[in-house]
Design a binder for this molecule. Structure first.
Ligand SMILES: Cc1ncc(COP(=O)(O)O)c(C=O)c1O
Length: 509
C-alpha cells in the first residue's frame, strides 16, 4: 500500500465550563446605562424578570478564547466522512450564507404573506422540484426529519381510512425486516399493528410473502428501496399493485434516494406518498437530530389530509392557507424553513442534469469501493452470494474478523478517527449483519478521499492483527478517548445543559 496515512492530533484543552468562568463585575461590554432602565416599557410587567438571569460575568477575550478552544476540539478534524445509509451529502457552505440572509433569517412566521413573498416562493419552488423528482402532486416541509415524515404518513393513512369509514378494520401496516425502524415505530405510534416481512435469499421478502399477509385489514405498506444494504427490490411495482388490490396505501421511504435520483419516480411505481430527507439527499446538514426536514409528498387524492398551512400560487402572489380536513400540525408553522432554503439552493446549483449525474456517480463510486473493500482480508458483505451490483451503498461485515481477533467494528471506527476519518455509520438496529458498517462512497468528495478511506481501513485491520491492544483502546489522538458510560449519571462528568447539570447535581446530593 503506497498511501501515506496522515498524522492528525486533535487540540486538547483543559477547558472549564463557561458557567464556571469569570467572576462578579467582569464585563465584555460596559453599557452606557444600567440594563434595568433599558427595559422596553411595552413589555408587560408579568413577563419581566424579577431576578436577573443566571449568566456568567466574563470578559470578552475570555469568551472568545473559550469558544475558540471548544471549536478547535470539536471542529479540528473535519475528516473524510462517508457516513452512509442516508445518502448524506457534503453541505456546501454557500447555502449557509443564503439561509443566513437577514431577509430570510429574520422574518417572523406570523408576518403577513405580502411581506414574505420571496420565502413562500422558495418553498413553493422546492415543492415543484420534488414533484418533478417523484411524480407526487404536493409536498409539505413541516416534519422535522425522516421519522417525522413517516409519522405524518401514518397520520394521513389514519385520516384517509377514517374518512372512508374503514379505520376500524384497516389495522395493519406492512413493512420489512430491513426497513428503517422509524417505519414500524411510527405505524405503532399511530395505533396500527405492524406486520414485518422477513428477508429471503434474494435479500428482500418474496412476492408470495407479501401476498400471504395482505387482507382487508391492510392499511399501508411502508418500505425503502433500495434498502440500507444497497439491494434494490425489482418487484416493487408488483408489490404496490398487490397492496392497492387489497385496498391499502403505499409509502416510499426515499432515504436511500441517491442512486435512483431521476432514474425512477415514486408515483410512476404507483406509490401514494413518499418522503425525501432534505438533511441528507438535498445537501442540508444532518445536524445530529437538529434542524432537519422530512419532505412529505403525496398524490392529489391524499392532499386534503396534509397538515396546513399549504402554499398556493395565485394571481395575487403566494398565499398560505389552512387545510381544514388535514391531520393538523406535526410541527410549528411551515417547518424548518432555513433548511428549505439550503435545499432549494442545492437543487438549483445541481440542476436536473447534475442530479442525474450525481445518482450515476454514487452507484459507480459504491461499486468501485465495494471491489476494493472486499479484497481486504476480513471484510465481507451482507448477502455475499448476491453478486449483482449494489446501488449507492453496500452493507459490509467484520463478523469474521471479530471472531479471529476479538476487535469489533466500533474499535476499528475509533482507530480510523486517529487518521482523520469521521465516524462511519454501522447499521440500524437490529443488527442483522454481524459487526456491520455502511460507508457511502457517493458522499465522498473525490476518488482520492475514497481511496484514502479504504487504505486507512486496511491499515487498521492489519494493525489489529499485529497489535490488537492499540486498536481496542483507540482513539489515541482525539480530544476524548473511549467514552466510559458508567459516568452518565454523574453530573460532573455528563450533562447536556447547565440546567441539567444543576438538576442532576441536586438529585444526587
Ligand atoms: C431508510 C431510512 N429511513 C428513515 C430514516 C429516518 O430519518 P431521520 O433520521 O431524518 O429521522 C433513516 C435515517 O437513518 C433511514 O436510513
Amino acid at each position: 500500500m503506497s498511501t501515506r496515512l496522515r498524522n492528525y492530533h486533535a487540540p486538547v484543552w483543559d477547558e472549564p465550563l463557561i458557567m464556571e468562568m469569570g467572576g462578579p463585575g467582569r464585563r465584555g461590554v460596559v453599557p452606557p446605562q444600567p440594563i434595568e432602565h433599558a427595559v422596553a416599557p411595552e413589555v408587560p410587567t408579568a413577563l419581566r424578570r424579577s431576578v436577573p438571569p443566571a449568566l456568567p460575568e466574563i470578559a470578552e477575550p475570555d469568551v472568545l478564547r473559550h469558544y475558540l478552544h471548544l471549536s478547535q476540539e470539536t471542529m479540528g478534524m473535519v475528516g473524510i466522512s462517508l457516513f452512509g445509509t442516508c445518502t448524506m451529502k457534503y453541505n456546501p457552505r454557500v447555502n449557509e450564507r443564503f439561509a443566513a440572509l437577514a431577509t430570510l433569517a429574520d422574518v417572523h412566521p406570523h408576518q403577513d404573506d405580502s411581506t414574505v413573498q420571496g420565502l413562500l416562493e422558495i418553498v413553493h419552488r422546492l415543492d415543484l422540484a420534488l414533484r418533478e423528482l417523484s411524480g407526487m402532486d404536493r409536498f409539505v416541509f413541516q416534519a422535522g426529519g425522516g421519522a417525522g415524515a413517516a409519522y405524518l404518513h401514518t397520520a394521513v393513512t389514519r385520516a384517509y381510512f377514517a374518512d372512508r369509514g374503514e379505520l376500524g378494520r384497516r389495522r395493519e401496516i406492512i413493512t420489512t425486516a430491513q426497513a428503517h425502524p422509524c417505519n414500524p415505530a411510527t405505524a405503532s405510534a399511530a395505533g396500527f399493528d405492524v406486520v414485518t416481512l422477513p428477508l429471503e435469499d434474494e435479500g428482500y421478502p418474496a412476492v408470495e410473502a407479501l401476498r400471504s399477509v395482505l387482507s382487508d385489514r391492510t392499511a399501508a405498506l411502508m418500505v425503502n428501496n433500495p434498502d440500507d444494504m444497497g439491494i434494490y427490490n425489482p418487484h416493487i411495482k408488483q408489490w404496490v399493485d398487490l397492496v392497492h388490490e387489497a385496498g391499502g396505501l403505499c409509502f416510499y421511504d426515499h432515504a436511500n434516494f441517491n442512486g435512483v435520483m431521476s432514474r425512477l419516480r415514486a408515483r410512476e411505481l404507483g406509490f401514494d406518498a413518499c418522503m425525501f430527507m432534505l438533511h441528507k439527499t438535498f445537501g442540508v446538514p444532518k445536524g445530529g437530530g437538529g434542524p432537519a426536514v422530512g419532505a412529505y409528498g403525496c398524490s392529489a387524492e391524499l392532499e386534503r389530509f396534509l397538515p396546513g398551512p399549504l402554499i398556493d400560487r395565485t394571481d395575487d402572489g403566494y398565499v398560505r392557507r389552512e387545510n381544514p380536513g388535514g391531520v393538523g400540525r406535526v410541527r410549528e408553522f411551515l417547518g424548518n424553513l432555513n433548511q428549505v432554503v439550503k435545499a432549494y439552493s442545492w437543487v438549483l446549483a445541481m440542476g436536473g442534469d447534475g442530479i442525474r449525474e450525481a445518482a450515476d456517480i454514487s452507484v459507480l463510486a459504491n461499486n468501485y469501493m465495494e471491489t476494493r473493500l472486499l479484497a481486504i482480508p476480513g471484510v465481507t458483505k451482507a448477502f455475499p452470494h448476491l453478486v449483482a451490483h449494489r446501488m449507492e451503498m453496500t452493507r459490509y461485515s467484520l463478523g469474521d474478523y471479530t471472531e479471529q481477533t476479538g476487535i469489533t467494528v466500533a474499535d476499528v471506527a475509533n482507530r480510523m478517527a486517529d487518521y482523520g476519518i469521521d465516524e462511519m455509520w454501522f447499521s440500524h438496529e437490529p443488527w442483522i449483519v454481524p459487526e456491520p458498517f455502511t460507508p457511502e462512497a457517493g458522499e465522498g468528495w473525490s476518488i482520492e478521499d475514497i481511496d484514502y478511506w479504504i487504505d486507512v481501513l486496511a491499515a487498521v485491520l492489519e494493525e489489529g492483527r499485529r497489535d490488537p491492544e492499540t486498536v481496542r483502546t483507540a482513539p489515541h489522538r482525539q480530544v476524548v478517548a473511549q467514552l466510559d458510560p458508567s459516568g452518565l449519571d454523574d453530573a460532573d462528568r455528563w450533562a447536556t445543559t447547565w440546567r441539567a447539570h444543576l438538576r442532576k447535581s441536586s438529585a444526587g446530593a
